[in-house]
Write a protein that binds this ligand. Sequence first.
Ligand code: EPZ
Length: 426
Amino acid sequence: MDKLLIRGGNRLSGTLPISGAKNAALTLIPCALLTEEPLTLRNVPRLADIDGFQHLMAQFGVSVSIRGKRPEDFGRVVTFEASRLTSTVAPYDLVRKMRASILVLGSLLARAGEATVSMPGGCAIGNRPIDLHLQALEAFGANIELAQGYVKATAPDGGLPGGDFDFPVVSVGATENALMAAVLANGTSRLTGAAREPEIVDLCNLLTAMGAEIEGIGTSDLTIHGVKRLNGATYKVMADRIEAGSYACAAAITGGEVRLEGADAENMISSLAALRKIGVHVEEDKSGVSIAANGALKPVDLTTAPFPGLATDMQAQLMALLCKAEGTSVLKETIFENRFMHVPELIRMGADINAEGRTAVVKGVQNLTGAEVMATDLRASMSLVIAALAAEGETQVRRIYHLDRGYERLEEKLQLVGADIERVDD
Ligand code: EPZ
């Protein structure tokens, strides 16, 4: 297992390239199942979760070809061809390693009229139920059975009729599964209370490019007119707004000046607004976002919410930044029940945080100190890296396989802007 050694104190400066969005790619890839024609995705980030999903697609008989990019480039061009499916089963040993595998449910059901997908189970940040995924598919006419830890979904002969579903809770994944099931249904489907995250817009844009008919893109009220078939397409994955927001926090905590090349400010409104309130200077243009800070950070109160609210995926990173603010900040996590796993580790680095339930009170401190810390989940790990970049002395971050799931070549990108960071074999 690898670990990261980080010696804090360097002001980050320079240009850092932003990769394609993990959470967009993970919902765009299963769209390949909706057509016999090739689907080519550009700007696919080189991440463990993406490799896992490519492996899962091969499991169904989908051909996956990675081409074009040189090894030193960030991102890849990947072509998926599902001309013929040899299986509609997503087995436990693959799904347990990558819970986003549940996102094949809707597209397998739409294409083949059946899908057998292992229940993903929970993870460090919460028990992550999939009841809304299943309720939406049932509303479209699917028959759902749960047996031996698997979801077995079947469509009536002739395919899903389609239908209406109102989400009682905003769910990104359930909205994505519902969209992929509805595009090939025999009738019109309507989703109300749907998630509006930019990754959902990216999915709707790809489906439209493939020939789907979707109204209300970008809103929580989506109408999908089912079509007989979808074509292949070539599509560029959107920039990763959470990666960009994470590196913005890293630049800010070091009092640095970093250009996030390729970041899309449109998709980062709430994170950039939070950074501006903290006193970070943010400039946006059509090809990226520039971050500058002079060391003085103001405390702010933040509450996570579904888009366009503050992304829960940015909570841990902003908390790390606020550990060095001049005053007390209050952070409320409304989406997941256990997303403060970074708190005890940040405290070991000298932070002053009191977390109770879904609220964390962060009292800014003068100095953080390097320590041996443990990554627990993807975004918590990034918050430790951010704190380490501003801590006195050396920090060792262990179990960085969590980071490799969501940050493409993190240490190389941070080295590009002057961080003293290296990956060593633990
Ligand atoms: C997606 O997860 C993201 N993952 C998460 O990013 C992100 O934190 C989350 O959306 C919220 O923005 C991917 O896109 C692969 P949800 P998802 O369904 O779809 C409850 C990261 O760090 N819920 O919107 O699983 C659920 O328990 C990851 O990149 C149900 O109750 O999130 C949670 O409290 C972490 N029943 C809330 O809804 C369901 O059927 C939001 O979950 C589904 C969800």
